[in-house]
Design a protein. Structure first.
Length: 163
């Protein structure tokens, strides 16, 4: 069988069979493992992406929880601060009232002490005047050569003429 152009169909078919065997062998040896590796890699990265998304959601929930707790703590601190401020103001007012009461008491005690000192000084002055009057009278009586009544009149006359 002589085929024009020197084409040997048997050689072509053998080359096609060799190519099919080679393609099948390469498919079994290379394509399936590479495809399986790529699928595993894709599944691994998809799993990591899913875990990251879950962790992000957890972090967002935690952040919301912490923000709520933080705002409640801020509110509680503000309430405590306001209560402490009110208590401080009340204590200051009480101390001012106590100080005023104490000052009034000190002033009252000082007035009483001054009055006592005044009364004491007045009593002492009166006692001194009495003693002087007694001493003057004794001197007059002792020095008098005449009647004490006469000396009294004489002194009264002298006292009236000096004025």
């Amino acid at each position: 069988m002589n085929i024009p152009l020197n084409i040997d169909w048997q050689q072509i078919l053998l080359h096609l069979l060799n190519f099919a065997i080679l393609a099948g062998g390469l498919y079994l040896l290379l394509y399936k493992p590479v495809k399986a590796f790529m699928e595993q890699r894709q599944a691994y990265y998809q799993g990591i992406d899913t875990q990251a998304a879950e962790k992000l959601k957890d972090a967002e929930r935690l952040e919301a929880t912490y923000q709520a707790k933080l705002s409640s703590v801020d509110e509680a601190a503000a309430r405590k601060r306001a209560a402490a401020q009110r208590e401080t103001e009340r204590m200051v007012q009480q101390q001012l009232l106590d100080a005023h009461a104490q000052a009034d008491q000190i002033i009252a005690n000082a007035h009483a002490a001054a009055q006592r000192e005044h009364d004491k000084a007045l009593a002492e002055a009166q006692d001194e005047l009495k003693e002087l009057a007694v001493t003057a009278t004794e001197k007059l009586v002792l020095q008098a050569k005449g009647d004490a009544f006469d000396q009294f009149l004489e002194l009264a006359e002298r006292g009236g003429s000096h004025e």
